[in-house]
Design a protein around this ligand. Structure first.
Ligand SMILES: NC(=O)c1ccc[n+]([C@@H]2O[C@H](COP(=O)([O-])OP(=O)(O)OC[C@H]3O[C@@H](n4cnc5c(N)ncnc54)[C@H](OP(=O)(O)O)[C@@H]3O)[C@@H](O)[C@H]2O)c1
Length: 347
């Protein structure tokens, strides 16, 4: 479908700068949509640790020229002929994997094909085009800025705890750090009536996590043997569900802190890739490791239903304007944040 007139707008793209990538802002335009596509005016985007990995070019892949970031929310401003489900003005958020609609993960959805990866345009643009079946409705109680935090971090926490882990009221959940995935896991688990133990490098952040409903807090800098602290806090039982966000530096302690029949959700790479812990204690606890990769559009819709029921509001630490995208990445790299960092296009 040809748009009534061409829309000119700004977007960012990744440009090689030595061994890493740099952000470059460019002017671009769009004049047509496919029949099954919508045009979204982006109101906000949010950053995830993955975006930092891509900017640092850790994968040494071919991301040059690609638009960064996977998470955005905005308003539908035009739709192709066959789109009936999204009226003009609909408030929508992007699905991390545009092809993973529902059911089990399949290899064709792979990470490079997710928004903002090596093979698929991301969302750090004033307008984006999406397949009509690759977006979800924003919960009514959330602003578009709040909704922009959900597609990666919140869906990951949801899939882990509620789909793979089948989190039940009264279970003990152990969460590492106070970044995006961690705080969504905290809010979702508290709403489900679970007891949350959360770790952080900062007492100040732990006090804020406590105010959000954490049952117990542990400073992993002051208490490097935090797995022992978890066992003491649970009278030797351990945690039923563990969000493993640290990677090689934390995995062995997660195994030592898991309860009998418990679940470890392998999600994070904050201290590096490919942990190789001794798995024997896991066997002796009859426990399970779930490899977790964000989630499907069905997971996103189920998350939104739960968020709406419990009126959960994402924790946004700081908002940057569109022109301050580099500062937003620098702030993420500093790890000073508590919760999510967004780029608010309306600032
Ligand atoms: N598998 C997936 O589908 C998936 C999806 C989303 C994210 N992830 C991964 O999950 C991790 C978290 O992502 P995010 O976007 O939430 O990151 P983030 O917002 O950048 O969170 C970083 C925070 O984690 C904490 N942290 C750092 N190193 C730690 C360590 N060794 N032990 C415990 N906590 C540590 C720090 O919190 P304090 O300052 O409180 O210590 C830090 O501020 C990343 O590795 C990311 O790549 C994976």
């Amino acid at each position: 479908m040809k748009l009534p007139e061409q829309i000119h707008f700004q977007r960012y793209q990744l440009q090689p700068l030595g061994e890493v990538m740099a952000l470059e802002q460019i002017q671009t335009h769009i004049g047509a949509l496919a029949a099954d596509e919508v045009l979204i005016k982006v109101a906000a985007a949010s950053l995830n640790y993955r975006d930092l990995i891509i900017l640092r070019n850790v994968g040494k892949g071919s991301v040059a020229g690609q638009i960064p970031l996977s998470d955005a929310a905005g308003t539908v401003v035009a739709a192709g002929e066959s789109v009936s489900e999204w009226p003009i003005g609909a408030r929508v958020a992007t699905g991390f994997f545009s092809t993973w609609q529902t059911g089990k993960y399949q290899p064709q959805h792979h990470l490079a094909g997710a928004l903002g990866g090596a093979q698929t345009a991301g969302v750090l643009a004033q307008y984006i085009v999406a397949k009509a079946n690759a977006i979800v409705e924003v919960p009514a109680h959330l602003s578009l800025q709040q909704a922009a935090t959900l597609p990666c971090a919140a869906v990951t926490a949801w899939q882990a705890l509620f789909d793979r882990g089948q989190l039940a009221e009264g279970e003990t959940v152990l969460i590492q750090g106070t970044g995006g995935v961690a705080l969504f896991a905290l809010q979702l688990a508290v709403a489900q009536g679970a007891r949350v133990i959360i770790t952080s490098s900062s007492d100040e952040k732990l006090a804020k996590a406590h105010a959000l409903g954490a049952w117990q807090t542990i400073n992993y800098r002051k208490q490097p043997d935090w797995d022992q602290a978890v066992l003491e806090l649970t009278a030797g039982t351990g945690a039923d569900q563990i969000l493993e966000l640290g990677g090689p530096d934390t995995f062995s302690r997660s195994i030592s802190a898991v309860a009998g029949g418990g679940h470890i959700h392998q999600i994070g790479v904050l201290s590096g890739f490919a942990p190789s812990p001794n798995l024997l204690p896991l066997q002796l606890q009859n426990a399970t490791i779930h490899g977790t990769l964000v989630g499907s559009l069905a997971h996103f819709k189920a998350l939104n239903h739960f968020i709406s029921q419990h009126k959960i509001e994402p924790i946004i630490d700081r908002s940057f304007s569109f022109n301050q995208a580099q500062a937003a990445f620098d702030y993420l790299a500093s790890a000073q944040h508590f919760g999510k960092i967004i780029i608010n296009f309306e600032l």
